[in-house]
Ligand binder design. Structure first.
Ligand code: F6P
Length: 342
């Protein structure tokens, strides 16, 4: 079989490990031939691909980013987009199946293309851990490690200057990175999109930390909204991809806290540092296994399915299950963390 691989959407550590896992499994077990589409669906639409051999994936599991490049191109748009054009391009080049590694947008497109008859297997990718049908996705654990290290570093400088620190981490719709790094790093409050909170409650945690003679440390997910700041957020509008623009919540919170508590406050935005660099050992293993199982799913003819982590096993589910809803932080997980606040 000749399989084309693509990586699409925002990158995250582990993409190259998926590619390596798929190629090694395919070459060793099935004598598969591989090509890689450049820049996600853009490469599919434009017929822009390159062959990937066993030699090309040597040492790749520890390499951050994606050797194929990524973009947020929609395969249904443009002169050469749409299922008929894509199928023609695949047939002309003898490419029998696609392994699409991506998040919600990528998988939703994969689902529509599968419905139109294309042979696609999905691999879940989200640093935010917001995809519904998998327990964890690769890249998330690495991001949590990086955010936790940032908290540890912020704590020492906060204590030196007797300041409050507000750290903003990724999480557009869900607060998993904030929750896990905040718990690991001992944050005094964790603010996530699933749990809007008022500035008074946040300042209550800050004050109680200060009363115990400590320097308050707050972790906030980028998608968190203060319940009183709807207006401030809504005027920011949409970004180039029609997503609600995020407004630098940490930058807003730090002066509000300083004004209300009198505690000197600083903010830090971790940003794309969470997405760059080498994946953790856990993410390398998870990504490699997902890549290997994606190839098996192709040989099983499980078109329209996605490989997924259930407990410690890799299973397959329909892509539709993954794109229907978000994996939000459940109330009981937040309540658990909240006991440690203040
Ligand atoms: O979806 C993953 C994510 O990292 C979000 O947490 C973040 O809002 C977004 O991607 C950033 O995307 P970009 O790299 O396009 O700025």
């Amino acid at each position: 079989m000749k399989i084309g691989i693509l990586t699409s959407g925002g990158d995250c550590p582990g993409l190259n490990a998926v590619i390596r896992g798929a190629v090694l499994k395919g070459v060793i077990s099935h004598d598969t031939e591989f090509v890689g589409f450049r820049w996600g669906w853009k490469g599919v639409v434009e017929g822009d691909f390159t062959s990937i051999t066993r030699h090309d994936v040597r040492g790749l599991s520890k390499q951050g980013g994606t050797i194929l490049g990524s973009s947020r191109t929609n395969p249904f748009e443009g002169e050469h987009g749409g299922p008929e054009n894509i199928q023609r391009m695949l047939d002309e080049n003898g490419i029998e199946a696609i392994i699409a590694i991506g998040g919600e947008g990528t998988l939703a497109a994969a689902q529509r293309l599968t419905d139109a008859g294309l042979r696609i297997i999905g691999v879940p990718k989200t640093i935010d851990n917001d995809l519904a049908a998998t327990d964890y996705s690769f890249g998330f654990e690495t991001a949590v490690e990086i955010a936790t290290e940032a908290i540890d570093r912020l704590r020492t400088t906060a204590e030196s200057h007797n300041r409050c620190m507000v750290l903003e981490v990724m999480g557009r719709h869900v607060g998993w990175i904030a929750l896990h790094s905040g718990m690991a790093g001992g944050a005094h409050a964790i603010l996530i999109p699933e749990q809007p909170m008022g500035i008074e409650e946040i300042c209550h945690y800050v004050d109680s930390v200060r009363e115990r003679g400590r320097a308050p440390l707050i972790v906030v997910a980028e998608g968190f909204k203060l319940d009183t700041m709807e207006e401030a957020h809504s005027h920011l509008g949409l970004d180039a991809f029609n997503r609600p623009r995020l407004g630098g919540i940490a930058e807003k919170l730090a002066p509000m806290i300083e004004e209300r508590t009198g505690i000197e406050s600083r903010h830090t935005v971790l940003g794309h540092i969470q997405r760059g660099g080498a994946p953790s050992a856990y993410d390398r293993v998870l990504a490699t296994r997902l890549g290997m199982h994606a190839v098996d799913a192709a040989y099983d003819g499980a078109w329209g399915s996605m490989v997924t982590l259930r407990g410690t096993d890799i299973e397959t589910v329909s892509i539709a299950e993954a794109v229907g809803s978000l994996n939000r932080v459940p109330q009981h997980r937040y309540d658990e963390a909240k006991i440690l606040f203040g």
